[in-house]
Design a binder for this molecule. Structure first.
Ligand code: AGP
Length: 611
């Protein structure tokens, strides 16, 4: 998704902006650009279609100099990926704007501005923003008031950075519905849509709140104004992750690094939250115990991989905590009439905390009579965290690969902590809670043993490189794991993959099975194992080639057309976490064989901040 970087510094700004854009590449984008206010009062702009590397080559030929600038990576929404549609957008030679989000009433504004004589050179909604700010500035006043006046007419979501040639010492930033942070330097100030973009220059950030407007000026001056225009102080927070988290280290891709980080990430997710006496409910907040004790239902809302984590949690919450649970994708939930029974807890799951649909669902939920909201999230200070009653941070560290891996397993650990908390307050089977808590403590070690099978999984991947389709099967809490396996494969290898609960095969998808359809199944040692074995026979009888990740004790053997990889035994409740790992590795190796862009797959964005 689009990324913003801006800086008012005491040195040449081009390198800082370029490095910031490189750090935002993981979000997914199709073009990049920057505009710098030169010392002799020009507004210079360079843009390029494609990767930040293409912009860098242009800048080598035409370097820009100056202390103030804004830059952007664009992920096309209005208008195709092209240099003309790349940001920054300008109004004449005076104003330059970078913008994330969508201006919903841009068509009406565009025709109004055209009638007033403004010329458009792109198909984007952002160019409307540039012209409107130019128009307001020309009516008198400073850049801050011009931006504020322009914001009054926009419908939609935005985070933006604005510079004007006639106010050369200043960048104005504004946000509504899209994230924007201010980086605090020494006599320097920065702006970005993601703190990771600025970790090379600062680790101190101010997370702007909804409808805040900020003025950054020379000398590192930062002035923030709330939605009423009143000057406000916002806290400075120190970024908690080390800069090393944003580099690949010795790994070929971020995705592989993040897959192998999972044992540590699992430990981090439970650290300080699980004592000898079980789960510490106060990890969810001081009010959590009282709220959980009253809760009679749970509604979970999330998108993509986070939604799959929610689906697993439904099995856990109902089985272990005995609490009725519903799970729904946020983009559907937010547009239907939701009937909320009394004492229902609303739970959102999000790695980024900025996913537009999930955030909108949280806001939509507020008037529906929920008893409270809980966010399980990986980014402190994100919108979801700020707007929820209770939060549990995942502590997974920055996830850079667009395909979510460690965030998923850390969400699952967090959701198991939620399950144990609810089981505890509801007085459900204390012995079972103790067993699961002890299995959780041992989980990172089991995960390490599974990751040691990397080479065996790589060997399996060759069977997929020439395939066009794949089918994933699972039963019970492993159906969502099959869904997640299929999502990973399609995201990064572009192989069409579908997932079914194995018992559903005979109701239709079996028609697809032949020797060209690899079928991947997870087979933990649980009560549905025998049922699953019968379903696998149905596949084999139709000539389907089977790849089975099976518990070491279940007695499924490799035979002709059936390749079995044995996984260490793990408590049934935690098996969904462990069986995720080989599916991640399989997708990764298939994608590497196919030569795709593993960390930034085509058409996708890391943090989906538009609807
Ligand atoms: C998964 O690999 C994707 N990156 C995607 O499905 C993602 O999980 C989804 O967009 C939700 O993101 P969030 O967790 O940041 O809300």
């Amino acid at each position: 998704m689009c990324g913003i970087v801006g800086a008012v510094v005491t040195r040449n700004v081009q390198g800082i902006l370029l490095e910031g854009l490189k750090r935002l590449e993981y979000r997914g984008y199709d073009s990049a650009g920057m505009a710098i206010l030169s010392d002799d009062n020009r507004l210079d702009r360079v843009r390029a279609l494609g990767k930040v590397g293409a912009l860098e080559s242009r800048l080598e030929q035409t370097p820009l100099t100056g202390n103030i600038g804004i830059a952007h990576t664009r992920w096309a929404t209005h208008g195709k990926p092209s240099e003309d549609n790349a940001h920054p957008h300008q109004s004449g030679d005076n104003v330059a704007v970078v913008h994330n989000g969508i201006i919903e009433n841009h068509e009406r504004l565009r025709s109004e501005l055209q009638q007033q004589g403004y010329t458009f050179t792109s198909e984007t909604d952002t160019e409307v923003v540039a012209h409107l700010i130019a128009r307001e500035f020309d009516r008198g006043g400073d850049l801050l008031s011009a931006v504020r006046d322009a914001l009054l007419v926009f419908d939609g979501a935005y985070a933006m950075g604005v510079v004007h040639r006639d106010e050369p010492g200043v960048i104005i930033g504004a946000r509504k519905g899209s994230p924007l942070v201010v980086g605090v330097g020494i006599e320097e100030a920065f702006l970005a849509s993601d703190p990771l973009a600025l970790l090379q220059v600062t680790d101190r950030f101010i997370y702007l709140q909804e409808e805040d407007v900020v003025r950054l000026s020379k000398g590192g001056r930062i002035e923030i104004f709330d939605r009423n225009g009143d000057a406000v102080e916002r806290p400075i927070q120190t970024f908690e992750h080390s800069d090393g988290a944003a580099s690949k280290g010795d790994y070929r891709h971020f995705m592989l690094k993040e897959i192998h980080e999972q044992p540590q990430v699992m430990t981090a997710a439970m650290e300080g939250r699980l004592s000898e006496r079980g789960v510490l409910i106060e990890s969810f907040g001081t009010d959590a115990e009282a709220l959980f004790a009253k809760a009679e239902q749970i509604h979970i809302v999330a998108c993509g991989t986070s939604y799959h984590a929610g689906m697993v949690a439904r099995y856990w919450l109902e089985r272990v905590a005995g609490i009725p649970t519903q799970v729904e994708v946020a983009s559907e939930y937010r547009y239907r009439r939701v009937v909320v029974p009394e004492n229902t807890l609303f739970v959102t799951l999000s790695q980024s905390g900025e996913t537009a649909d999930t955030l909108a669902a949280l806001r939509f939920s507020r008037d529906l009579g929920y008893m409270g909201s809980l966010a399980i999230c990986n980014v402190p200070g994100s919108s979801l965290v700020r707007e929820s009653d209770l939060t549990l941070m995942m502590h997974a560290g920055p996830e850079i690969g667009v395909a979510s891996t460690k965030a998923f397993t850390s969400q699952l650990v967090a959701l198991m902590l939620l399950t144990l908390s609810l089981a505890k307050v509801r007085g459900e089977e204390p012995e079972r809670q103790a067993e699961i808590a002890s299995a959780l403590r041992a989980l990172p070690e089991v995960a390490r043993r599974v990751l040691d099978l990397d080479k065996d999984i790589e060997a399996l991947s060759t069977a997929f490189a020439e395939k066009h389709h794949a089918l994933f099967l699972g039963r019970g809490a492993h159906f969502p794991i099959a869904l997640e396996g299929a999502l990973k494969l399609k995201e990064i290898s572009y192989i069409h993959a579908e997932a079914y609960p194995a018992g559903e095969l005979k109701h239709g998808p079996l028609a697809l099975v032949d020797s060209e359809m690899p079928v991947i199944s997870v087979a933990p040692n649980d009560e549905l194992l025998d049922k699953l074995k019968s379903n696998l026979q149905e596949v084999r009888a139709r000539g389907g080639e089977l790849f089975v990740f099976a518990d070491e004790n279940v007695g499924i053997e490799s035979t002709e057309g059936v390749r079995v990889l044995r996984l260490p035994h793990v408590d049934e409740a935690l098996a969904p976490i462990i069986y995720t790992l080989p599916l991640q590795l399989l997708s990764y190796h298939v994608a590497v064989l196919k030569g795709t862009d593993v960390d930034q797959p085509r058409n996708l964005a890391k943090s989906v901040t538009v609807e």
